[in-house]
Design a binder for this molecule. Sequence first.
Ligand SMILES: [Zn+2]
Length: 198
Amino acid sequence: MPDLSRYADYVVHPRYGRGPRFTPDSWKGVLGFGGARRLVDRPKAVPGTYVKADLGRQTPSVMQEAGYFDQDCRCKDCGRGFLWFAEEQRHWFEDLQFDLGTECLHCVECRQAIQREKELAERYARKAADLDRAGSPDDLLAGAAAGVRLIERGKFGPKANQRVRAALNRLSAEPDFAAAADRLRARLDALQASPGTE
Ligand SMILES: [Zn+2]
């Protein structure tokens, strides 16, 4: 039985869990295929977790993957250990058609946080024009809320701060939106009172 204590504080994947997913498949038989290079070159591969690939479903590449192993990784953002699961790789490369050179740099939690930030930034960008012009109060609030969140995450500087504050001031003149504007303004005030806390 392999020692699993190494994975005790690894990030839990909502679908695949925390530790390696051992499979009954032997991977020795696949060496010699086109995928052999990457299989043997990957120092992070966890032995015994081989999942066979469907070569026909991967994006064409000089070096295809004959199969996948759970990969023992460290998150670039939070620094915690995590496994990039063989099944996950199969999903990325065969269902989502990711390039086979793609590496997984972030744990699932940080990937989700990055995704949320990206969505916020897109949302803010879509509403940004309304922050300066006379957009509808709904749009103004949506843009300002996304802006506040991004400022909190340290993604926006002082200029965005001014812009968002101007939008909040305009919202304060709308009876139905004044309370929401106050709450967002309070969050900005709290940031200014204690800069750098996150
Ligand atoms: Zn992370």
